[in-house]
Design a protein around this ligand. Structure first.
Ligand SMILES: [Zn+2]
Length: 86
């Protein structure tokens, strides 16, 4: 979290947050897993919307991302955020 610039950073797990590349849905017990995973993703979107309403910039990084790419994304968000806050 970068509170001064209002940038919220999340690192999302590929399985739990439905990564577009690695989202592999469990083949057994789907009645349990599918609603659970869907609710996780839904809650992520709600969190995003709530933070954006309050003027936060939300950066979501997948756990599979190389740290250098994640750092670039965060840096870009911070740059943009500082441009808006004055
Ligand atoms: Zn992934």
């Amino acid at each position: 979290m970068f509170t001064r610039k209002h940038v919220a950073v999340f690192v999302d797990g590929c399985f739990w947050h439905g990564c577009p590349i690695h989202a592999t849905y469990p083949k057994s017990n789907t009645g349990y897993w599918l609603p659970k995973l869907a609710r996780n993703i839904e809650r992520d979107r709600e969190t995003d919307a709530e933070l954006k309403d309050r003027g936060w910039r939300v950066v979501r990084v997948w756990e599979h991302m190389p740290p250098a790419d994640a750092a670039d994304m965060i840096e870009e968000a911070l740059t943009k955020a500082s441009g808006h806050s004055r």
